[in-house]
Design a protein around this ligand. Sequence first.
Ligand SMILES: N[C@@H](CCC(=O)N[C@@H](CS)C(=O)NCC(=O)O)C(=O)O
Length: 201
Amino acid sequence: MLRIHGSVRSRATRTLWMAGELGLSYEHNDILPRSPATKTAEFLALNPNARLPVIEDDGFVLSESMAINFYLAKKHKSPLYPSDPKNESLALQWSFWETDRTDRQITDYVNNTTGPEDQRNKAVADAAWAALVASLEVLNGALAKTSWLAGPDFSIADLNVAGALYRALFLDLAAWPNVARWLARCWDRPAAKKVRAMREG
Ligand SMILES: N[C@@H](CCC(=O)N[C@@H](CS)C(=O)NCC(=O)O)C(=O)O
């Protein structure tokens, strides 16, 4: 049995999206980041980092959202997992890139511009935006040459990056039209729409 720990309002968004793409049934432990449920001895035994998402798959415990998606797609022999080693490596490249270049940046930007006013920090928001702009330039350039990030079709690379860029759905992306079109195509998939409905419903 697969158990997914993490609210759809966390980085578990991308895990839940992948589970939907794969048509997996799972038990959802719908807990929020930093909530007391992430601080229990039981949860810390699963992830001593006290972070979400985490999965348990018949006793196999795995954290880090990108690794989780690679594991699930590979285990279930999904066409989303590129069979060609070059495309597989591109999927890894883009997933690592995302973790390094946009994951925290977009969260910091949105939290510090739209979060509770007394918790906003303009310097953090400005630095995050500058970094995010540079990353969007890179992604926009890549998507000028290819429709999808790792091969001829939508793959785990697109899911991992677009899933992490959920908040960009609400930003003005006019300066990065390739990103805007690609992001809309990714989030137009049925499994993505279901996750959006969970998150926004
Ligand atoms: N690199 C990790 C990041 C996990 C992460 O930071 N998750 C957030 C929720 S979106 C969290 O649990 N934060 C708790 C905290 O910062 O204490 C991944 O991709 O899974």
